[in-house]
Design a protein around this ligand. Structure first.
Ligand SMILES: [Zn+2]
Length: 113
């Protein structure tokens, strides 16, 4: 599923190696807000050894290194953030090979940088 792929990619690309479950969910929320989908993505990430979860701490595993870092582009705009809904004048897009996610405000896109 595209959403799962995208979310795994973002988790793998995160600059942080350890984070809380809450922070991991915040990254997944860039892709989907659906609690069921978020749960499925967490399970997929664990199964594919991208993350290891011990209680409330999540470690990004070395298997994540296989994922290239997605490119972020920034353009002036007048829109609202796809994750949190705030009005934004600078739109950030997360670029994949054949599609992109966004727009996001800087606060939300910073969650993966
Ligand atoms: Zn936002």
């Amino acid at each position: 599923m595209q959403k799962t792929e995208d979310a795994l990619h973002l988790l793998a690309a995160s600059a942080r190696r350890t984070m809380s479950v809450r922070e991991v969910v915040e990254i997944i929320e860039l892709v989907t807000k659906n609690p069921q989908t978020i749960k499925a993505i967490l399970e997929a990430a664990t199964k594919q050894r991208i993350i290891r979860r011990v209680e409330t701490t999540v470690t990004i595993l070395d298997g994540a290194a296989a994922f290239p870092k997605p490119k972020i582009t920034r353009v002036d705009c007048d829109s609202s953030c796809r994750r949190c809904g705030v009005r934004i004048k600078h739109c950030h897009y997360i670029e994949f090979d054949d599609h992109r996610l966004g727009p996001y405000g800087s606060e939300c896109v910073n969650k993966i940088l």
